[in-house]
Design a protein around this ligand. Structure first.
Ligand code: CTP
Length: 403
């Protein structure tokens, strides 16, 4: 999965011959799972049609401050566009537009949107070789870089003028690769390994029966996705779960029993920077597993259970620099019980969810948690999707990790 998945991307097109290649760039961005809004300068429409770009981006293309839909005049707000975007790509970026961007000119919708953009801005210059080398263009590029904008350097080759040299816009594939690599390189958990457990464990009684629980694994999977989006190399140790994940930075290892989860977690803990144990591990397992299906004979039956190993507690005893996070699902004396677990298991944080809260806990799309740290400071959060809960948990972790 591309790091650009679900990213909101503004594509600004200016009037260079390479504008025809933007159709392919938009196609690649959509394939990567991004949402794309194209903004064109009026003159660029001579090089590629808005119809092509609106069809490929699945969004109407904007090029003027006002557009008429039937009888209604509509204002295209550069401010809203600037706030909407997770990143902006200006490609092709002509010498004229680079100069205007560098000097704060805003005489078209694209330039006004650029000035309003709160996100990172990438620009891919495209012009003839002498224009590219002109001190004025070089000055524009370095001024833009001093603003924090990022230049995707032009390539060398045959130019539309027939001349050969530097100035050709980077190919759409190279633009995509450049941006993905730049985002990854700057992510806060880049090159850090994050170990996550998720879902229930099943403890066999006989070949067809087991002791399990209602955990869906959703919370752990959301944590894994969020960690990967922060650049981490994630090892997701998953009990039996219907959740799916498809991310190049997530290695999923499926397990069934508490003992299997224990073994895989221990194989991976040493090299981990962060471990978050959100799995609902069975506390007990049958002492004996019947090799044949148990027949119903008597009016009642008993199964002797023995304790499983507490994976989280075992990590607490061996941890060095790792940041260790556990979960607590409580029904009474929530805070006191959670703090007890935090101390007993030597955790950095415990995420408490109370089954008393409507919409929180097992099998739900939502969760309501409090995060308690070592100094017993409690941060409470409202009911929200498990995706957003994962974000809150990582915000806490990042603060501690970087501070
Ligand atoms: N945990 C674990 N291994 C176990 C049991 C629990 O790693 N064998 C982890 C869970 O993933 C979770 C935390 O420990 O992060 C839950 O703590 P625990 O004390 O087991 O909670 P409960 O099962 O609710 O315990 P109790 O019944 O004692 O309240």
């Amino acid at each position: 999965m591309s790091i650009l998945k679900e990213k909101k991307i503004l594509v600004g097109v200016t009037a260079g011959i390479a504008a025809y290649k933007i159709a392919h760039l938009v196609r690649l961005l959509i394939k990567a799972g991004a949402q794309v809004q194209v903004v064109m300068t009026p003159a660029s429409k001579g090089f590629v049609t808005p119809l092509t770009l609106s069809t490929l981006s699945k969004n109407p293309v904007l090029s003027t401050f006002f557009s008429k839909e039937d009888e209604n005049e509509q204002w295209n707000s550069h401010v809203d566009l600037g706030l909407w975007a997770d990143l902006m790509i200006i490609a092709p970026a002509t010498a004229n537009t680079l100069s205007k961007m560098a000097n704060g000119t805003s005489d078209n919708l694209l330039l006004a949107t650029y000035l309003s953009a709160k996100s990172k801005v990438y620009f891919a210059p495209s012009m003839d070789l002498d224009m590219y080398k002109h001190p004025s263009t070089i000055a524009s590029v370095s001024k833009l870089e001093s603003f924090g904008n990022i230049c995707i350097p032009a390539e060398s080759g045959e130019l539309a003028s027939g001349l050969v040299g530097e100035g050709r816009m980077a190919e759409p594939e190279s633009i995509l690769t450049f941006i993905e690599a730049d985002i990854l390189k700057n992510l806060p958990l880049r090159n850090k390994k994050v170990l996550i457990t998720a879902g229930p464990t099943y403890e066999a009684i006989d070949p067809v029966r087991f002791i399990g629980n209602y955990s869906s694994g959703k919370m752990g999977f959301e944590l894994a996705k969020h960690a990967a989006n922060l650049g981490a190399e994630v090892v997701l140790v998953a009990g039996v779960s219907n959740e799916t994940v498809n991310h190049s930075l997530i290695k999923r290892i499926d397990v069934v029993t508490a003992q299997e989860m224990y073994d895989v977690v221990h194989q991976n803990f040493d090299t981990a920077a962060i471990a978050i144990l959100s799995a609902a591990v069975a506390d007990y397992r049958p002492k004996e597993v019947a090799s044949e299906k148990i027949k119903k004979d008597d009016a009642s039956m008993q199964i002797e259970l023995v304790k499983t190993k507490d994976i989280l507690a075992s990590l607490g005893t061996i941890k060095k620099e790792q940041l260790l996070v556990g979960f607590a699902l409580e029904t009474s004396d929530e805070v006191a019980n959670a703090i007890g677990k935090l101390k007993r298991k030597n955790l950095d944080f415990i995420v408490l969810n109370s089954l008393k809260d409507k919409g929180a806990g097992f099998k739900q799309e939502t969760n309501k948690v409090s995060i308690i740290d070592k100094s017993e400071k409690i941060s409470e959060f409202g009911l929200k999707s498990k995706t957003l809960v994962a974000k809150d948990i990582f915000n806490k972790i990042l603060k501690k990790f970087n501070g």
